[in-house]
Design a protein around this ligand. Structure first.
Ligand SMILES: [Zn+2]
Length: 105
């Protein structure tokens, strides 16, 4: 059995268990999770799923980055400034340098 197959089997077994959740469940709750609106059992489920699921780890990372960019853009617009805040510009540059697959998991 290949490593990918093993991970897929574990993932589906956990998703079907009472403590687990599927990739779709995580997607539905990601906003509430990042906004800290979930109770700890729901947060734990998401963390456990993300720890095993590379797709969802990437998804969470991309979602957070996008949300930060949108917020920064809204803030910048509200302030009437025409430049990106330094911390956002730095994040973008760092992301470009490391590439999408930085293997940090
Ligand atoms: Zn997943």
């Amino acid at each position: 059995m290949s490593k990918v197959k093993v991970m897929r089997t574990i993932k589906s077994a956990v998703a079907k268990s009472p403590i687990g959740l599927s990739c779709c469940d995580l997607e539905e709750r990601v906003d509430a999770y990042l906004e800290n609106e979930l109770g700890w059992p729901a947060k734990m489920k998401i963390r456990m799923h993300a720890a095993m699921c590379r797709d969802c780890t990437s998804y969470l990372r991309a979602y957070t980055a996008t949300r930060d960019l949108v917020r920064a853009a809204i803030r910048t617009e509200a302030e009437g400034a025409d430049t990106l805040p330094d911390d956002i510009a730095r994040k973008i540059l760092e992301r470009k340098k490391s590439g999408p697959e930085d293997g940090a998991a």
